[in-house]
Design a protein around this ligand. Structure first.
Ligand SMILES: [Zn+2]
Length: 511
C-alpha cells in the first residue's frame, strides 16, 4: 500500500535536504521525500494524507524507558500519588486512607509516587507505620524515583520476604510488587498494548526497555506481532538472561544489557564525589554514598557479555559512578577491542565536562534526562546541590566533546514526553520558580530534536532503519501542531501531538 503525505513541513534529519514538503511511503518504507510536485508525480494512486500544514518529524525515539514496568503501574490496583496531583504529605496520606477504607480486606494496593523531596510533611514509611495505616491489606509504596519501595507486613508475607520492608533497586522492587500486581498473566498483553497507546500519543515510535526480563520478552513478542503494536521496542536485559544480541526484527530486538553503578539522587543513592547540601532535605541522606557496584562486579558483567557482542548500558548518576563506569569500559575495550561498540552511560546527572571528554575518546555514548531540570530544578538548587545544580545534565558539554547523545524520560519516573525533554534542554528552566539552571549549558532546538530522533536511533543500533526521513527507512512520523524550531522555547512541551505514524500506518490521532 502506498501513502502520500502532503501539506506539512517535514524535518528530515537529512543534511542533504533538511526540510521537505511531501513524503511517499510504500509498503511501510519511505519511497520518496522532497518538494510537493516532485513527490506527488511519483505517487500514482497512493492514498493521500493531508497533514494540514503542520510539522512532521521522524517519530520520537525514547532510548531509555521501562514500558513493561510502566504498564504495571497503569493497573487499577496501582494508585498514583505523584507530586503533580498530590503536592503535600497530607494530601498523599489522605488519598491513601481513602483508598484503603474502600479496599476489600487482603486485596493488595500499590501506591506510586511517594516523594519526600516534593511532598513536604511525609513521614518515614517504616513497616510499622504502614502496618498501622493498612492493618488488613498488603501495601507497597513506590517512591517516585521508582527504584525504592516500602512494604507492610502483609505485603512481605505475600512476597515471601523477611523484611525489613525497604527494597532498593530493580530486583527488590520486582520481588515485592510482582506477587501483588501481576495477578493474571492474561492481562499482560493488554497492559502492554495500553502502554504502546500512551507512547504513540506522545509521538514515540520506538522505545527501549532498560531491564526487560525474559519472562516479559514473550509478552513483548506477542504484542509486537499483534495488530495492537504501536511502537518498536528494543530490549536491554538484566545480566545473565538468555538470548543473542541482535535477535528479533525491526519491531522488537534484543539490543543490550542493563547494568548499574549507583542508584538515584532523589533517594540518596547516587555516588557523587561531593556532599549533599547541609539542608533539611540533604540531611535525609548520607553525606556521600559509594557506587552500588565494585569495579570487579562491573568487570564481570562486561566480561560476561561484551565479548559475545552485547552492547552494555550502565546506570550512573553521580560523577563517582561515572568514573567507575569509564574505568571499566576502558578496561573492557582494551581487553576486547571492538569498533563501533556504542557502550552507553545512563542519566549522567553530575557527569563533568572532563568525563564527557573521556567518554568521547573511548567512543562511549550517553543518554541524558533533561526533564529532571524541569521537575526537580528547584529542589536541586535549594535543597540538594546549590550552585552545582547549574551543571546538572550537561548536554552542552556532551555535545561540545563530540558525543552523540539521547534524551529520555525514564518513564514511569517522569511521563513519556519527548517534547518536555526538548524544551527542558533548550531552556533549562525549573518548574515552580522558573529559574534557569546553568544557561551556558543550553542546547539548540535542532540539537535537542536530534537527541530524541536520529541519535537515540543510532544508540539503539537502529539508525539504518529509523531516526531520519530518507528513502529506504521506515515511514515513522510524528506530526506536531506547531513547529518546535519556531515556537516560543518555553512552550515547546505544550505543542500538541496531532498524529503518529508507524511504517506509514497511523498509530495515534489527536481526539
Ligand atoms: Zn531507568
Amino acid at each position: 500500500m502506498d501513502v502520500l503525505f502532503v501539506n506539512a513541513t517535514f524535518v528530515t534529519n537529512d543534511p542533504a535536504r533538511p526540510r521537505a514538503e511531501a513524503l511517499l511511503a510504500s509498503e511501510g518504507l519511505i519511497a520518496a521525500v522532497g518538494d510537493h510536485d516532485e513527490v506527488t508525480r511519483l505517487a500514482g494512486d497512493a492514498t493521500v494524507v493531508d497533514l494540514g500544514f503542520r510539522t512532521a518529524l521522524p517519530g520520537f525515539v525514547e532510548a531509555h524507558g521501562h514500558p513493561t514496568r510502566d504498564m504495571l503501574l497503569r493497573q487499577p490496583d496501582v494508585i498514583d500519588v505523584r507530586a503533580m496531583d498530590y503536592p503535600t504529605g497530607d494530601a498523599v496520606l489522605a488519598r491513601m486512607r481513602e483508598v484503603l477504607q474502600r479496599a476489600e480486606p487482603h486485596s493488595p494496593r500499590v501506591f506510586f509516587g511517594w516523594d519526600p523531596l516534593q511532598q513536604p510533611g511525609l513521614p518515614d514509611p517504616t513497616r510499622d507505620f504502614l502496618d498501622e495505616l493498612a492493618p488488613n491489606n498488603p501495601v507497597v509504596v513506590l517512591h517516585a524515583a521508582v527504584e525504592l519501595a516500602y512494604a507492610n507486613s502483609e505485603a512481605l508475607r505475600a512476597a515471601g520476604l523477611p523484611g525489613p520492608g525497604v527494597m532498593r533497586g530493580a530486583p527488590g522492587l520486582r520481588a515485592i510488587t510482582t506477587p501483588l500486581i501481576r495477578e493474571s498473566a492474561a492481562d499482560l498483553p493488554w497492559l502492554l498494548e495500553r502502554e504502546h497507546q500512551a507512547l504513540a500519543a506522545a509521538g514515540i515510535t520506538t522505545v527501549a526497555d532498560l531491564g526487560l526480563s525474559q519472562d516479559l520478552w514473550a509478552v513483548a513478542e506477542d504484542v509486537a506481532r499483534s495488530p495492537g503494536a504501536r511502537v518498536r521496542m528494543r530490549s536491554y536485559a538484566p545480566p545473565g538472561e538468555p538470548g543473542r544480541p541482535g535477535e528479533g526484527d525491526a519491531m522488537l530486538r534484543r539490543t543490550g544489557i542493563k547494568a548499574w553503578a549507583d542508584g538515584g539522587p532523589w533517594t540518596g543513592d547516587a555516588a557523587f564525589t561531593f556532599d549533599y547540601l547541609d539542608s533539611e532535605a540533604g540531611r535525609r541522606f548520607e553525606r556521600r554514598t559509594p557506587p552500588s557496584a565494585t569495579a570487579g562486579e562491573l568487570r564481570e558483567v562486561l566480561a560476561g557479555h561484551f565479548p559475545a557482542g552485547w552492547q552494555v548500558a550502565c546506570h550512573a548518576y553521580g560523577d563517582a559512578a561515572v568514573d567507575l563506569v569509564l574505568d571499566v569500559y576502558d578496561w573492557a575495550l582494551r581487553m576486547h577491542p571492538r569498533p563501533d561498540h556504542r557502550l552507553r552511560i545512563e542519566h549522567c546527572g553530575a557527569m563533568t565536562p572532563g568525563q564527557y571528554g573521556r567518554a568521547a575518546e573511548l567512543g562511549v555514548t550517553c543518554s541524558l534526562f533533561p526533564a529532571e531540570i524541569y521537575y526537580r530544578g528547584d529542589v536541586m538548587l535549594d535543597e540538594l546541590f546549590g550552585p552545582r545544580a547549574g551543571g546538572w545534565c550537561d548536554a552542552r558539554s556532551a555535545l561540545d566533546a563530540g558525543l552523540r547523545i539521547s534524551f529520555h524520560n525514564d518513564s514511569p519516573v517522569t511521563p513519556p514526553r519527548p517534547l518536555r525533554n526538548i524544551q527542558s534542554a533548550v531552556t533549562r528552566r525549573a518548574l515552580g520558580s522558573g529559574r534557569v539552571l546553568g544557561p551556558e549549558h543550553r542546547v539548540s532546538v535542532d540539537e535537542a530534536v536530534r537527541a530524541q530522533t536520529i541519535d537515540p536511533a543510532w544508540q539503539l543500533f537502529s539508525d539504518h532503519e529509523i531516526g531520519s526521513l530518507i528513502p529506504g527507512k521506515y515511514a515513522d512520523l510524528v506530526v506536531l501542531e506547531e513547529d518546535p524550531y519556531t515556537a516560543e522555547p518555553d512552550s515547546i512541551a505544550e505543542i500538541g501531538v496531532y498524529a503518529t505514524f508507524l511504517a506509514g500506518v497511523q498509530t495515534y490521532q489527536r481526539g
